[in-house]
Write a protein that binds this ligand. Structure first.
Ligand SMILES: NC(=O)c1ccc[n+]([C@@H]2O[C@H](COP(=O)([O-])OP(=O)(O)OC[C@H]3O[C@@H](n4cnc5c(N)ncnc54)[C@H](OP(=O)(O)O)[C@@H]3O)[C@@H](O)[C@H]2O)c1
Length: 314
């Protein structure tokens, strides 16, 4: 395994991480099988992957619960990242809530489900337009002081919001949509995005010493050989339907033929080669899939390959 070291974080982080939205279970990811998913976490740890990303909202607590179960006796082997700011009521209606009161409750719920007494990276999942950013960051700073979280990160935040938050607490990372076919996406599953990753965010983060966590690094399976997206969460991604899907598949094939390596390895190594990019949190629930992703670590993307890819993906 290769690792990256970022100034604001004490630990070295593995270049490949593990995303666990897929551990949400049946509704979002209909092919989920719990025992397989637990084996994938153990396989990841055995392969020296030390970064696992989850969130309360993934299956309304289900992903965190499965991750907690899988990490029993292995907690100190991973840098565990979860999120906050999306909450649900008794009827499972989901709302954005980054108020102090809600955050103080959320962290306790996450710690319980994850069976741990600390989270390494606590990330704001999506902005909450109804709560003052200062209130949110004061609450996060208090939670950090209590030792329940080690570092604060954000996701889907604009640069202006990060700057505002940084007045109150240190922010070490930003998680956003970025992959070989989506360089500066303006929306995700029809939700508008307030950041441009390649155009400006990566440079902004680098100048602050922060790192970037790319979500959907395999474009939800398209960059790993999947061609049909008609069930679960992926069926709501407009990039994976109709004409847009055909265009993306065509470009992926062209990249694969040009570089001469499997597309999943190309997609992962393209991200790993970028210095501001931290662990690439590819989601997988099948051991076969993780094995195939680990093969990316057997070679490195060079500048010539990057230039060739850039000439295909304009
Ligand atoms: N912050 C946010 O708003 C946000 C949004 C989306 C995602 N995320 C995070 O980012 C992580 C990854 O993003 P993502 O879930 O959008 O998708 P992704 O990692 O781009 O793709 C995951 C999909 O690819 C499949 N896959 C992985 N490796 C494969 C291989 N070698 N061969 C064939 N299929 C393969 C997985 O299948 P199997 O499950 O069958 O193995 C799964 O269906 C999530 O798990 C989550 O932690 C964060």
């Amino acid at each position: 395994m290769n690792y990256k070291k970022f100034n604001l974080v004490e630990d070295k982080l593995s270049v490949l991480g593990l995303g666990t939205w897929q551990f949400a279970g049946k509704g979002d990811w209909p092919n989920f099988i719990k025992n397989d998913a637990i084996k994938v976490i153990h396989q990841a740890i055995d392969a020296s992957i030390n970064f696992v990303d989850t969130a309360p909202i993934y299956g309304l607590g289900h992903s965190e619960t499965v991750v907690g179960e899988a990490l029993k006796g292995k907690r100190n082997k991973v840098f565990l990242a979860t999120k906050c700011g999306l909450v649900w009521d008794d009827s499972n209606n989901v709302t954005n809530n980054l108020t102090k009161e809600s955050l103080l409750k959320e962290i306790e719920d996450s710690l319980r489900r994850l069976q741990t007494d600390y989270v390494d990276l606590y990330q704001i999942h999506w902005p909450d337009p109804n709560t003052d950013i200062n209130e949110t960051f004061e609450a996060l700073a208090d939670i950090k002081k209590s030792g329940k979280i080690r570092y604060i990160g954000v996701s889907n935040y604009s640069q202006a919001m990060i700057k505002e938050g940084m007045k109150t607490a240190q922010v070490v990372s930003h998680q956003g949509l970025y992959n070989i076919l989506e360089h500066n996406p303006t929306s995700y599953h029809n939700i508008p995005l307030q950041y441009k990753v390649r155009e400006s965010l990566l440079g902004f983060l680098e100048s602050n010493g922060q790192f970037f966590l790319p979500y959907s690094p395999l474009m939800q399976g398209l960059l790993a050989g999947k061609t049909i997206f008609d069930k679960g969460a992926v069926s709501n991604n407009p990039e994976l339907q109709g004409e847009r899907l055909s265009q993306h598949l065509k470009q992926a094939r062209e990249v694969e033929e040009t570089i001469g390596k499997p597309i999943n390895e190309i997609a992962l190594n393209w991200l790993i080669a970028q210095k501001t990019v931290g662990p690439v949190i590819a989601g997988a629930t099948k051991q076969l899939h993780l094995s195939s992703n680990l093969k990316a670590l057997e070679w490195k993307m060079n500048n010539d390959m990057i230039a060739k890819i850039d000439s295909i993906i304009k």
